[in-house]
Write a protein that binds this ligand. Structure first.
Ligand code: SAM
Length: 214
């Protein structure tokens, strides 16, 4: 591992807004960390936390938590949260299938999944974040009727998610096959993640689904 990464990982250990493989705040996020009662909105596969940070700035009345397994990306996200002096943001570094170790049933108001890896090989379908294996975990922590938002450039992930939803008790609320052609980006708060910007440079079509699990 490079020296830069080692320094970042050491800094992460002491960052008060980063929780690494340690679900100490289960059921206590609002009371012990955010110190106020407010809706908690999660961004999964948050990478450098662009959606988490963007939404936290736009909606200071909500509490936001980004989750990803990659330490260097979480380090970048936490640094920006400090630069912008955001007190309504935290980050979890862990595997997303461990979500129910961090939250009680009904703790989460909404989930955003932004540009998660499509894992194109059939044998890897279980790693896609909209596989039923993951939806079952999201159902455990979401409030009844809590919305899940998926933004992706991947046709495969978009179609896969729609197919999964036909087999899962759920309701699709919004389905935008081309966010920009439909003039819907402002509705999605105009936030573009690091990966979205790369995909737009490659002229890829950005898709969005909003659904709830039943
Ligand atoms: C393509 S990147 C997208 C990052 C960011 N959302 C963006 O749009 O810039 C996908 C991210 O998902 C994370 N990821 C994939 N599967 C994961 C899992 N099971 N648990 C935690 N993180 C995961 C990766 O570490 C990576 O940072």
């Amino acid at each position: 591992m490079g020296k830069g990464k080692l320094i970042k990982f050491a800094e992460l250990e002491h960052n008060p807004i980063v929780f690494q493989k340690n679900p100490v705040l289960k059921g206590k996020w609002n009371s012990d960390f955010f110190k106020r009662e407010a809706p908690i909105i999660l961004e999964l596969a948050c990478g450098k936390g662009d959606y988490t940070l963007g939404m936290a700035r736009l909606f200071p009345e909500n509490n936001y938590i980004g989750m990803d397994i990659k330490g260097n990306r979480i380090w970048s996200a936490a640094r920006l949260a400090a630069v912008h002096q955001l007190s309504n943001v935290a980050f979890i570094r862990d595997q997303i299938d461990k979500l129910d170790e961090y939250f009680r049933p009904g703790d989460i108001d909404e989930i955003w999944i932004t540009f998660s890896d499509p894992f194109p090989r059939d044998g890897d379908a279980k790693r896609r974040l909209t596989h039923t294996k993951f939806l079952d975990v999201y159902r455990k922590v979401l409030k009844p009727g809590g919305l899940i938002h998926v933004k992706t450039d991947s046709d495969l992930l978009y179609q896969f998610t729609k197919e999964i939803l036909t087999e899962t008790p759920s309701e699709i609320i919004k389905d935008y096959p081309d966010v920009y052609a439909m003039g819907k980006n402002d509705e999605l708060y105009g936030i573009q993640t690091y990966y979205e910007q790369m995909h737009l440079k490659d002229n890829r079509t950005i898709k969005y689904l909003c659904f709830r699990l039943k």
